[in-house]
Design a protein around this ligand. Sequence first.
Ligand SMILES: [Zn+2]
Length: 163
Amino acid sequence: MRTGTSHPFVQVMWFVVDDHLGRLARLLRTLAYDTLWVRSGRDAEIVAASADGRVFLTRDRGWSEKTLPGPIVVVRDSDPILQLREVVTALGLEPDHGALLTRCTICNAETRPVEKADVESRLPPYVRKTQSQFRICPGCNRIYWEGTHAAAIRRRLTEAGLI
Ligand SMILES: [Zn+2]
C-alpha cells in the first residue's frame, strides 16, 4: 500500500498483471502504483493477488470467463502507454505527478530518499556532477534520480495526458 499520500480521499489502487504486460507494470510502478508482475504458468499467484484486493490487468480475454475474486481490466492496445491510458480511464485513476520515482520499477518496493554522499561512489560521473537528489530502493539497492530517462518518461506520460 502507498503510504504518506497527500490525497487521503483518493482510493488507493494496487495491481497484479500477467506475463505479457511487463512494460505496463513498470509504467504503473513509475506512477507509484503497487504492481505485481506474475510470470506465465503461475495462475495461482494471480488468484491469490486478486483475493488480496489487487485489480488484475491482462490482454487475455479468457480470464474474464474464469472466476477471480477481484476485478479484471482487459486491455486491448499493444502499446504500453496506451495500455496505461486504458487502465487509467477504466478505473478513473488520477496519477500523482509528484509520486514519480517513488517506487522501484524493477522490484516494486517503495524507494526512499538517500543522501548524495551515501551513493556518490556508485554514480556515473555526469550524474555525480549534475544531480543533487537521489532515492534508493531498499529491495534491490537501485539508485533513482531525475535524469534524462525520468524526464523522457515524464514527457511521454504528459503527452498521453496521463499526468
Ligand atoms: Zn528495487
